[in-house]
Design a protein around this ligand. Structure first.
Ligand code: ZN
Length: 349
C-alpha cells in the first residue's frame, strides 16, 4: 500500500479530490472498460488497468481515503473553512504528524498512529476553539409570541388548545456547526439551524382576562451555545359576542327579558359558568337597568380579589305575538294612565 500512498490516485481515476463515492465508482467503471485486457481490445493496457484498480481499492474505502487525503493535504482542503480557524501552532503540529506518517508509510502500525495523532491534534484544536466560542457567546433563544382568540365562555371556564409552533433550533446533524467533514451539512444546508414545527397542547387557565399572556416555558426558539431556550407566550384575545363580554375582572352580560318578566319580576337562569347562576329580576325592572352580582367575576392577577357579574337588562318582545296577545296589549294601552314621557318633556323646556 505504501507506494500507492505516494501516487496521485485522483489523477489516476481522473476525478477531482472532492468527487463523491458515486463519481469515483462511475470513473472506475469507465476506466475498467477502457483498459481491461479482456474488453478494451486494441487499447487494453494492463499496467494502467492495475493502477486504476488499486487506486480504486484505496479511494472506495472511507478510512483509506481519509488517510490518503490527510497525507496529501486534501483533507485540510476539504475542511478548509474549519481549518482556517485553527491557530498556526496547531497547524504546524498537524503537518509534523503528517511528515511522521509519510516516513512511517511502510509500518502500518506507526503510520496509523501518526495519522490518528494528526487528526486528534486537529479535531482537539477545533473542539477547544469551539468550546471557547461557546462559552464566549451563549445566545439565548428568542421568545415566540402568538395571538390566540378564545370565546368569553372559554375565558371564564378555561380551555385548552393545540398550538402549532415553528421554532428554530440548532441542527441536530451538525450540532449548529454548519459543516461536517468540511462540507456544508446536508440537513441544514450549512445554516446550522433548522425550523421545526411542533404541536403542543396549551392549557388556558380559567378566568383569564383580555390581553393576558400565557407563558409556556422553553417552547420558544432554542438557545445556541448553551444559551437558554426562549419561552412561548400566547397573547389572549377574548372575542365578545352578543350576550357576553369581559371587561377587566368583570363579566358583562346582556340579559333579554320579556315585558311581563320586567313588570312582574322573575328568576332567570344565567348560563355563565359551567353551572348556571339564578338571577332575580325584581318587579318593575326597566331596559338598560344594570344588576350586579358581586364577587362572581374573574380573579385579579394575584388571585386576591374577584370581579363582578354585571347584567344589562334588555327588554325584548317575543318575535311572534298572537292576536290574543295583541288584544291584551290593546286593553293594557287603554287602561294605562301613566305618562312615562313627562320627565322628558320637562327636560326639553
Ligand atoms: Zn446541520
Amino acid at each position: 500500500m505504501a507506494n500507492y500512498y505516494n501516487k496521485d490516485l485522483y489523477k489516476i481515476l481522473e476525478v477531482n479530490f472532492n468527487a463523491t463515492d458515486e463519481e469515483i465508482k462511475a470513473a472506475y467503471k469507465r476506466l475498467v472498460l477502457k483498459y481491461h485486457p479482456d474488453v478494451a481490445g486494441v487499447n487494453a493496457n494492463e499496467s494502467k488497468f492495475k493502477e486504476v484498480q488499486e487506486a480504486y481499492e484505496i479511494l472506495k474505502n472511507k478510512d483509506f481515503r481519509k488517510k490518503y487525503d490527510i497525507l496529501h493535504g486534501f483533507f485540510a482542503e476539504k475542511i478548509k473553512k474549519e481549518y482556517e480557524t485553527i491557530n498556526q501552532s496547531k497547524k504546524n503540529k498537524y503537518e509534523e504528524f503528517i511528515k511522521q506518517a509519510k516516513a512511517n508509510a511502510n509500518n502500518s502500525e506507526s503510520f496509523s498512529k501518526s495519522i490518528n495523532d494528526a487528526l486528534e491534534n486537529l479535531f482537539h484544536a477545533q473542539k477547544t476553539s469551539r468550546n471557547r466560542q461557546e462559552q464566549k457567546v451563549p445566545v439565548n433563544g428568542e421568545n415566540i409570541n402568538l395571538d390566540m382568540t378564545i370565546s368569553c365562555f372559554e375565558a371564564i371556564n378555561g380551555t385548552s388548545r393545540k398550538v402549532n409552533i415553528l421554532h428554530t433550533q440548532p441542527c441536530p446533524n451538525c450540532e449548529g456547526r454548519k459543516f461536517i467533514n468540511g462540507s456544508n451539512c446536508s440537513m441544514c444546508n450549512g445554516t446550522g439551524q433548522l425550523s421545526m414545527q411542533k404541536k403542543i397542547n396549551v392549557k388556558i387557565p380559567k378566568g383569564i382576562t383580555q390581553g393576558a399572556k400565557v407563558r409556556v416555558k422553553k417552547e420558544g426558539n432554542k438557545g445556541i451555545n448553551g444559551g437558554k431556550d426562549g419561552d412561548l407566550f400566547l397573547i389572549i384575545n377574548i372575542e365578545k359576542n352578543k350576550y357576553y363580554d369581559i371587561e377587566g375582572m368583570n363579566i358583562i352580560c346582556t340579559l333579554p327579558i320579556t315585558p311581563f318578566e320586567a313588570v312582574l319580576g322573575a328568576e332567570i337562569p344565567l348560563y355563565i359558568m359551567k353551572e348556571t347562576i339564578n338571577v332575580k329580576i325584581p318587579p318593575m325592572t326597566s331596559s338598560g337597568q344594570k344588576l350586579r352580582i358581586t364577587g362572581q367575576g374573574l380573579y385579579n392577577k394575584s388571585k386576591t380579589k374577584k370581579g363582578d357579574i354585571i347584567i344589562n337588562i334588555s327588554i325584548q318582545l317575543p318575535e311572534n305575538l298572537t292576536e290574543k296577545e295583541k288584544d291584551l296589549y290593546k286593553r293594557l294601552q287603554t287602561m294605562s294612565a301613566d305618562d312615562i314621557r313627562k320627565n322628558m318633556r320637562d327636560a326639553a323646556k
